[in-house]
Design a protein around this ligand. Structure first.
Ligand code: CAA
Length: 277
């Protein structure tokens, strides 16, 4: 993906200041026309994530330029992400961000608020107006696996290793990953993957529907770029309307889905024949 073009002014932040703040957290955010790229950029620590990572992801979601239709999430270095920063499990925690031992002392409401803020960093990646693609190489552990699951599509390198480590650490996956996992692979396979905390490699990931495509590591960027180009070849508003329909399909009856298709199509036809898009 190429470098950012035209700088944006966002509520007092210039792009340079925002980029500096992200760099301190270990993130990069680049916009090139209709494609935005988020890169976890702490390769020496295998792109381990902290509360600051999740807040920054949420902020990127808030300020995503309107023209963006495809968001690519990838990781610098050999691993997509080794999950939560293990310093969170120490009494000292991550400087300025506390630890699980301090989170454990919060009451339910305060904990829920803290977690909800973190989860916002993942949820926006499912917005109908965009398609998110996780470009995953190497390890995607715990929060790393869940970040990949937060995306609409996963294109993976042949060395990929997904692992839902949380149950092995006495925790549950809580960064919005459980629903997409069950939706993708089914309940039985999701139980198998999570409750054993075993590693899912490329062949299996493709076979069970976790990955749309597996490519050699050197071909990952091109495969993602090609998919982005395919996604950009369709009509922007029709794509968003179709994604809304597809996302709602599982929760609706056939009759409800039929009606939803009609409602979306009526809007499309009006827009098309009014000279819009
Ligand atoms: N947090 C902080 N630092 C980490 C890290 C993590 N999650 N994972 C790796 N690192 C650091 C290592 O400490 C090491 O640092 P130093 O060079 O300073 O010693 C560096 O990154 C490289 O690590 P490795 O040498 O281990 O790299 P590797 O390529 O041989 O192995 C790995 C990669 C298999 C991912 C391995 O690093 C590993 O198992 N990491 C821990 C994974 C883990 O348990 N994550 C937590 C999952 S649970 C979760 O995310 C959600 C939750 O709890 C709620």
């Amino acid at each position: 993906m190429s470098e950012a073009k035209a700088p944006h002014q966002r509520g007092g932040y210039t792009e340079d200041v925002f980029a500096e703040e992200l760099a301190e957290i270990g993130l990069r955010f680049e916009v090139d026309g209709e494609i935005a790229t988020i890169t976890l950029d702490r390769p020496d620590k295998r792109n381990a994530q902290t509360f600051a990572t999740w807040s920054a992801l949420a902020r990127i979601g808030d300020i995503l330029p309107e023209q963006v239709r495809v968001v690519v999430v990838n990781g610098e270095g050999p691993s997509f992400s080794a999950g939560i920063d293990l310093r969170m499990f120490t009494p000292e925690g991550v400087p300025g961000q506390g630890s699980f031992s301090s989170a454990a002392r919060l009451d339910n409401a305060s904990f829920e608020k803290l977690l909800e803020q973190a989860q916002q960093g993942f949820l926006w990646l499912r917005r109908p107006e965009i398609v998110s693609i996780a470009a995953v190489r190497g390890h995607a552990v715990g929060a790393g696996f869940q970040l990949a699951l937060a995306c609409d599509l996963r294109i993976v390198a042949d060395d990929v290793k997904f692992c839902m480590k949380e149950p092995a650490l006495g925790l549950v996956p809580d960064l919005t990953g459980t629903k997409p996992l069950v939706d993708l692979v089914g309940l039985a396979k999701a139980i198998d993957i999570c409750l054993t905390a075993r590693v899912v490699e490329a062949d299996e990931a493709f076979r069970i529907g976790l990955a749309e495509r597996v490519v050699a590591g050197g071909d990952l960027a091109k495969a993602v770029h090609d998919k982005a180009a395919q996604l950009l070849s369709t009509n922007r508003d029709a794509a968003a309307a179709t994604k809304r329909l597809l996302q709602g399909a599982q929760g609706r009856t056939l009759e409800e889905q039929r009606a939803a298709e009609g409602a979306e199509q009526a809007q499309r036809l009006r827009a098309l024949f009014a000279g819009g898009s």
